[in-house]
Write a protein that binds this ligand. Structure first.
Ligand code: FMN
Length: 246
């Protein structure tokens, strides 16, 4: 017999503007009033986790409604963060000139990486697309602000990286929510941080963490691109699980 699970309060969604079914009538009602945690909910979540893909070639370029973008950002902003510091900002980039400048820079970085490869690795890498910056028509740049929440962030005094880890949690929330909306997300890391800082006029203390291409897609691949193109493979779970000691 499946164990019934209690409803979980999604208070972070209290101010969500996206019209979720059942919440549309009262946009200020917590989702907890309509979402009950069941085995079916777990299966849906697993389905979303497994369906999520890093998208490069499948963007259609169709524009997204502001409400959908807002929903993605609301999910990102609900992420866990060290000391509840919420050290992220999000820059929503739609200007075609900015997209084009960034794409040109990424092309150069891709070429530099290709040039560093030799033989079979180079041949395998060559056909792999590593971004959909122009095609998606939308970039969401997640950044890290180490000054957010003051100088004594609870829990970051021992592990400074915990701040950036928090931003990555926000990215994953956005990614999964986009998947639930049938959208694609592609994380681009082939860039020099100072280039992106200059391009977007980021303040000096703000670190860019991720450029996310976001948009409608013709389909989501079932198999990750790097596997399809023979770059590498997934590692079996049992190979990475250790008990008590490494
Ligand atoms: C931190 C990070 C940086 C990444 N950078 C890139 C990138 O620059 N270009 C790219 O095509 N994919 C990038 N990816 C996507 C990975 O290649 C992808 O997640 C991986 O191949 C597994 O595929 P999947 O996400 O579809 O499961 C990045 C992913 C992460 C988490």
């Amino acid at each position: 017999m499946p164990v019934p699970r209690p409803p979980i309060a999604y208070t972070a969604y209290r101010n969500a503007t996206f019209p979720y079914p059942g919440v549309a009538a009262d946009p200020h009602a917590p989702l907890a009033t309509v979402v009950r945690m069941t085995d079916e909910t777990c299966a849906v979540l697993r389905g979303i986790i497994e369906r999520r893909r890093d998208v490069r070639a499948e963007f259609t370029g169709d524009p997204l409604d502001d409400a959908v973008i807002r929903d993605l950002l609301t999910a990102a902003h609900a992420a866990p963060s060290v000391g509840n510091s919420q050290p992220w900002d999000f820059v929503v980039v739609r200007d075609p000139d900015l997209l084009s400048s960034f794409a040109n820079h990424v092309d150069e970085c891709r070429q530099a990486y290709a040039d560093s490869l030799t033989g079979e690795r180079r041949d395998t890498f060559n056909p792999i697309k590593i971004e959909g910056i122009r095609e998606s028509g939308l970039g969401i740049v997640a950044t890290y602000d180490p000054t957010r929440s003051g100088p004594n962030v609870l829990g970051r005094h021992t592990i400074d990286d915990a701040g950036v880890f928090s931003v990555v949690c926000a990215v994953q929330n956005l990614w999964l929510t986009a998947t639930a909306h049938d959208l694609g997300v592609g994380w681009v890391s082939f860039y020099r941080e100072n280039f992106l800082t200059d391009l977007l006029g980021l303040p000096e203390h703000i670190r860019p963490v991720a450029w996310l291409c976001v948009g409608r897609v013709s389909k989501l691949q079932e198999t990750p691109d790097l596997i399809r193109f023979g770059w590498n493979d997934r590692v079996p779970l049992d190979q990475v699980v250790h008990h008590d000691r490494w």
